[in-house]
Design a protein around this ligand. Structure first.
Ligand code: B12
Length: 147
């Protein structure tokens, strides 16, 4: 089976790069083909790379509080390029203390399939992607030898 492809990056003018670097390593470790666009990646670059690589999933990171503005029109631009990856966004998605449920609703309205906060475990991200992309992990793992 070919590897499922994933694009990750930090959107807009956001310079926080540690989260996406950890995501990159966790996803590679889990068997995904990962393209890490790094920090301060324009929305248009996410769209271009997702369309050109026919990505299965697009993971957007944002920490500095301006995610909503940065992500406006992202899903429309993907659709215009006939790209339909599963989309996840995570990080510190608004400025200051916010109602988590309201933040989640807002980003779902913008088109994201899953919205995660800063407490997200990397394992949860991997599990979410596997479930959405229909990856049967049990079938991929070699049989374990019982002692
Ligand atoms: C390090 C840091 C910086 C460094 C970044 C260095 C670098 N190159 O990465 C520097 C000093 C440059 C910086 C700058 C700024 N920062 Co700063 N920074 C931090 C800090 C202390 C840690 C961030 C970090 O690396 N965390 C560790 C990683 C592993 O965690 P993470 O990024 O959250 O990622 C995890 C999850 O969020 C999640 N995740 C992240 N992305 C995604 C994406 C998906 C799809 C999924 C599923 C999950 C996921 O998974 C990761 C693993 O669990 C945080 C405070 C904090 N404790 O979070 C502030 C913080 C993010 N910064 C903040 C601010 C305000 C700024 C500045 C605006 C400050 C300023 N006035 O200049 C600038 C912004 C510059 C810019 N253009 O982006 C605020 C944001 C506030 C808000 N959103 O309301 C924070 C929260 C500090 C605070 N409490 O006020 N910062």
């Amino acid at each position: 089976m070919s590897q499922q492809s994933v694009v990750v990056g930090t959107i807009g003018s956001d310079a926080h790069v540690v989260g996406v670097t950890l995501l990159e390593h966790a996803l590679e470790e889990a068997g995904f083909d990962v393209r890490n666009l790094g920090a301060q990646t324009p929305k248009e670059t996410f769209v271009d790379v997702a369309a050109e690589t026919d990505a299965d999933a697009l993971l957007v990171s944002s920490l500095y509080g301006h995610a909503e503005q940065d992500c406006e029109g992202l899903h429309e631009a993907l659709a215009a390029r006939d790209a339909d990856p599963v989309t996840l966004i995570g990080g510190n998605l608004s400025v200051g203390q916010s109602d988590t449920a309201a933040v989640e609703r807002r980003f779902e309205q913008l088109g994201f399939d899953h919205v995660f906060d800063t407490e997200t475990e990397l394992e949860t991200v991997v599990d979410t992607l596997r479930a959405d992309l229909g990856i049967d992990e049990a079938a991929k793992e070699p049989a374990r030898i019982r002692s």
